[in-house]
Design a protein around this ligand. Structure first.
Ligand code: HEC
Ligand code: HEC
Length: 295
């Protein structure tokens, strides 16, 4: 009897595993009815920082737009390399349909139905609006090709298998993050910019043992995944800058005490400096409106 019960249990477990982690492509919502705009797409591209990760590490600013990939992202789980996402048909995503692009960016699923690792911040991009992602795709179609092959990730054997990432996604599906104290539309725009497009939480929020964001400590600071130092707490509990000072920092990198931004924040400021003043102000207002996190 015991053996039958155990083997039934095992069969159920195996079935559940294969259903949850299956590599089918689920039917996600489509954006084909949206007319994309190149100019707006460029704005979304800057706001969401795709180039910070996917441009080649040895390019100058003008060449940055060739999204050859190759930047290394060390983490406690091994080193990930951003792939080539230029319009090359073989080494990039030039042969993809708009649907493939939407599935990858919002749901972390490849055209073959494989799960991407969350080092690609699709949990943040999940809430990107249909119009914004349609615009982004039109912009991507205009980006030059590069035939440089992507570099394989350097991961321990137990992480190389992508199917278990489906479980990670179930446990870390992107929640509406912060309960805002304000219903001001400017603050709401700031929430969309910070939480979804600019994915500020990916660096400024601490993570649990399996690498998921600890939403209860939203933007409360975190260890640097590359090992050195910490990324600051930017909630009102620690960041006492005025709105104007935050806007200045996101424009020029200057802090109120005449210091300049360093580390990965330099790349982020390259992106925020390209936003409208209005959008930078929305980010500042949002940072003032969120709950303070004391750690
Ligand atoms: C924090 C760094 C980072 C940012 C920001 C980022 N990506 Fe990525 N991206 C990655 C990594 C790492 C991978 C590889 C994931 C994997 O292999 O599972 C990836 C994979 C991809 C892929 C899959 C490519 C393929 O060959 O299958 C696409 C498409 C993509 N990213 C598009 C984007 C777009 C569009 C943006 C901006 C909206 C973006 N990425 C922003 C790091 C990033
Ligand atoms: C790729 C990682 C990363 C992302 C994404 C990121 N930051 Fe930062 N941020 C940092 C690091 C690292 C520092 C510390 C910079 C330094 O040491 O000069 C920092 C510093 C800051 C500071 C200054 C805090 C202080 O007390 O000096 C502010 C404000 C800030 N970030 C806001 C943001 C906002 C807003 C976003 C989203 C638009 C964002 N950051 C996205 C890594 C990041």
């Amino acid at each position: 009897m015991k053996i039958i019960a155990l083997s039934t249990f095992a069969v159920i477990l195996i079935l559940a595993f294969s259903v949850i982690t299956s590599e089918n492509i689920p039917e996600f919502s489509s954006v084909e009815n949206y007319q994309g705009s190149l100019k707006k797409g460029e704005y979304i591209f800057n706001a969401s920082g795709c180039a910070s990760c996917h441009s080649s590490p040895d390019t100058t600013d003008e060449e940055k737009l060739v999204l050859t990939g190759g930047r290394a992202f060390p983490s406690p789980f091994g080193t990930f390399y951003a792939p080539n996402i230029s319009m090359d048909k073989v080494h990039g995503i030039g042969a993809w349909s708009e649907k493939d692009f939407v599935n990858a960016v919002r749901h972390g699923v490849s055209p073959e139905g494989k799960h991407y690792y969350p080092s690609f911040p699709y949990t943040a991009y999940a809430n990107m609006t249909d119009q914004d992602i349609a615009d982004l795709w039109v912009y991507f179609r205009s980006i030059p090709e590069s035939s440089k092959p992507s570099i394989d990730h350097d991961l321990p054997i137990y992480i190389r298998w992508r199917r278990p990432v489906a479980f990670w996604k179930l446990l870390n599906n992107s929640e509406p993050t912060v309960k805002l104290i304000s219903s001001d539309p400017t603050v709401e725009r700031g929430a969309y910019l910070v939480e979804t497009l600019a994915h500020c939480g990916e660096c400024h929020t601490s993570r649990n043992l399996i690498g998921g964001l600890q939403y209860e400590y939203w933007l409360g600071g975190a260890k640097n995944p590359a090992g050195k130092g910490i990324i600051p707490n930017i909630t009102p509990a620690k960041l006492h800058w005025s709105e104007a000072e935050i806007v200045e920092y996101l424009t020029s990198g200057f802090t109120p005490d005449f210091d300049v931004a360093g580390g990965h924040m330099v790349d982020v400021i390259k992106n925020t400096s390209r936003l409208t003043e209005e959008d930078r102000l929305s980010i500042a207002k949002y940072l003032k409106a969120i709950p303070g996190v004391k750690k």
